[in-house]
Design a protein around this ligand. Sequence first.
Ligand code: HEC
Length: 139
Amino acid sequence: MQRMLSGLVLGLVCLAQKPAGALAQDAAPAQPAKPAEKGVMQQKLESCQKLLEALALNDLPKAADKAQDLIILSQKAEWKVVATPRYKELSNEFRAAAENVVEQAKNKNSDGANLAYIDISMLCFKCHKHMREVRMTRK
Ligand code: HEC
């Protein structure tokens, strides 16, 4: 059951990302993402999807590579969209989870890498939720 659940989470997570920006734009127009910002966020989605693919196929070197891409993206200036302490904290946790994927993959621990991927995906949800909350209080 636990295994089934993990598989389900793994399968759904990249597909299920409802971008906070898209939601915010429904409610309040006039907040289009800057092109650079959009670039990083789009690349993040792509790297996350490729990371899932690599883990699903147990291609650990490729998984480490994609997790490394996520770390680099999370360090870019365009990543820092809001200056809340929570955003910083979630960014740090995201980076730590990606670092964990790299480490587990290098140790050829696929279970560990899969679990770290679930941490990453939970942080996708948490941060986008935070963004929705930030946007709501700003309206
Ligand atoms: C620390 C915060 C944070 C984390 C973690 C995070 N995101 Fe985002 N994401 C953002 C912000 C900020 C935006 C920009 C939209 C906005 O301002 O609401 C965004 C936008 C997006 C978009 C829309 C991009 C576009 O072109 O409009 C996608 C897709 C996305 N994120 C996917 C993901 C995925 C997949 C993950 C997990 C691998 C993830 N995000 C993790 C903060 C985060």
